[in-house]
Design a protein around this ligand. Sequence first.
Ligand code: SAH
Length: 218
Amino acid sequence: MNKHTQGIGMTSQRTRDRLIERLRHKGIQNHDVLEAMRLLPRHLFVDEALASRAYEDDALPIGHKQTISQPYIVARMTEALLAGDAPKKVLEIGTGSGYQAALLAQLVEQVYTLERIKPLYLQTKKRLASLNLRNVRCKLSDGTWGWEGYAPYDAIIVTCAAPEIPTSLIEQLTLGGCLIIPVGAADAAQQLLTLKRTQQGVTKEKLEDVLFVPLVRD
Ligand code: SAH
């Protein structure tokens, strides 16, 4: 890693290690998730003016009224996703800064990610290329409908709150695949759910109460 990705002062490895300790204390147990987060420079996914806050356990603004999610929530969702049958192919709805996609890229074979805001899509595509992440494919589109071209996926992760569970996403899961999704109205109580597609139907498990920016339909 070069000086830029290593960071200095408030973005140094020591500062990052402290965040990982905090996540562990909050109950994150998956070693691979913690290690991948320890190595991924979150400060490169936010504006330079916010870099010194990148290793606090908080959501941060990324422009266009959107946010990079709180590290604890990213860790929790990633851990839930990996709890399935070793997912290889993953779809994300809501690319945003690209942090979640970049994290997944360290943990699974191939990541597909959809974003509906063009400037975010363009900026993040460039960012992921500069980080040399070749197993992430980005597309500008409304993720409500999934990404049929590469379906089915072993797991789908939605990083914006859906008013209801989009049926297209369930349909694009493999049998045994899971969907991690915050469900609820904007600015109201939302629940982070894991839905699993099984031979008998769809099972549902609640993970946490959360607050996400809304999934917007185009
Ligand atoms: N995973 C992101 C979180 C970004 S916030 C990260 O790690 O930074 C959620 C993102 O979802 C926003 O960028 C927002 O524009 C996007 N979004 C909202 N509705 C969407 C939709 N219907 N399709 C695709 N992206 C959507």
